[in-house]
Ligand binder design. Sequence first.
Ligand code: FAD
Length: 420
Amino acid sequence: MSIQQRKKVAIIGAGPSGMMAAWFLAPHCDVLLFDRNSRPGKKFLVAGKGGLNLTHDENPSDFIQKYHPSGFLDPVIAEFDNTAFRKWLLDLGIKTFTGSSGKVFPEKEFNASDCLKAIFSNIIGRGVTFYPNHTLLSVSPEREIVFSIDKPGHAAVESGHNPHKGHVTYKPDYIILALGGASWQITGSDGSWTRIVENIGVNTLPFKHSNCGINISWNDNIKLHHSGKPLKNVTSTVAGSKRPKVLGEALITETGLQGTAIYPLIPEIRQCLDTGMKCELIIDFKPRNNEESLLRKINENTKPSEYKEIFHLDGPQLSVIKAFVSKSDYLNPRSFCRNLKHVLIPIDSLPPIDECISVVGGIPIQELNSDLSFRKHSFLYAIGEMVNWDAPTGGYLLQACFSMGAFVAHSILQKSILLR
Ligand SMILES: Cc1cc2nc3c(=O)[nH]c(=O)nc-3n(C[C@H](O)[C@H](O)[C@H](O)COP(=O)(O)OP(=O)(O)OC[C@H]3O[C@@H](n4cnc5c(N)ncnc54)[C@H](O)[C@@H]3O)c2cc1C
C-alpha cells in the first residue's frame, strides 16, 4: 500500500496496542510514538512476570466468543487473528508454544523483556520516532496535542530532537490514543486520560474490575497454612447464576481467591456486589464425580478422618471445606458428599481496582465508529484496554490489544488512500 503524501500519525501510549499500530503504519507514514514513561511496554513486562500468555490456540469461532460485547471485536480479530499474531512474532524471532490448556507462551528462551526488545527495536528500525517522558495533557478538536515533558528522553535525543522541560504541541494528521486501562498505575496506565477526552465532548464510563481476585474472610488456619496454595481442578460458579460452571484453579491468597476458576466470574460478582446483594461463590471440589458416585465410596461407618484418603482431598481443600460446611454436615458422610460438590463461600468484596489484571469502562463503544475513530472527531482513534470491551485471561487481552493496533493502522491507511 503506498500513500503519495506521507501522513503524520501520533500514537500516544507505547503499550502493546500502540506499538502494534506503530509497526504497521511505519512504512507508510511518519509515526511519532509517545509515552509518559522513559521506556515502552511497562505493563507488558508486568504481564510477563507470571508467564507471558500472549494469545490462545483455539479455532476462530470459539476464540471470538470470549469477547464482550459480542460482535464489537469480530472484524478486529479477523483482521489480525491468533495465527497472524504468532506468525508476526515468529518473523520477529519470537518462537511460541501452546501449553496444555491452549494458552500460548513465548518459548522458554524468551522472557517478556526479550519479546519487548524484539518488538520495540523492530519498530524503531522501521523509522518510528519514540518520545519518552511525554505526558499527554490535552487533545483539541483542531488536532493539536499538548504534552508535558518531565525529563529529556533518550530515544528522542538520539534521533535528533532535544526536548526541554515544559510543554510541547504537535499537530499530526491522525492521532491514536492507546493509553491503557486503570490498574497497575505504577506502569503509567492510570486512567487519568478520561478528563482529556471528556474535554472534547466524549463520554466516558467509570472503570470497573474485570480479571481480578475476590476477598473472602478466611479463618486463621487457612491464612497461616494455606495461602499461596492452589485448589486444583475445581469448578466454580456464583450462587443463583444460570451461567455454566468454570473449570480451573483457584489460588488461596491471604485475602481470598484468585486464578482461572475465579476471573471469568468477576462480571457477575461485580454486578451482584454493586447491587448490595449477598454474593456467594459455589465450589465443586469433585467436578468429575456425581453425588451418587461419591456416596458409593462411603458407608455408615465412614469417619471424617477418612475423608482425605477416600475422596483424594489435600490439606487446602479439606481446610476450605471444613471452614464453610456446618459441623453437622461435615460429620455426616452423606451430607459431606453432597457438600463436596457445593461448598458455599461468602464473597466479601473485590480488591482495589489497581490490583486488577484488566478493567472495563473508559471509552464506550458507542462513542466510536466501526474503524475505531471517534464519532465526534474522525482524526482521533482509541485502541486497547482504554475501550470498554472485556475478555477473560488466557491470552485474549493481549491478542485484542495487538489486533486493535493492526486494525486501526489499516483503517488509517485506508482512509489516507481514499482522501488522497
Ligand atoms: C499483572 C498483570 C498480568 C497480565 N498478564 C496478561 C497475560 O498473561 N496475558 C494477557 O493477554 N494479558 C495480560 N495482562 C493484561 C495486558 O497486559 C493489558 O491488557 C495490556 O497491556 C493493555 O495494553 P494497552 O496497549 O491497551 O495498554 P498498556 O499496556 O496499559 O499501555 C498504555 C500506555 O499508555 C501510557 N500512558 C497512559 N497515560 C498516558 C498519558 N497521559 N500520556 C502519555 N502516556 C500515557 C502508559 O504509560 C502505558 O505505557 C496482564 C496485566 C497485568 C496487570
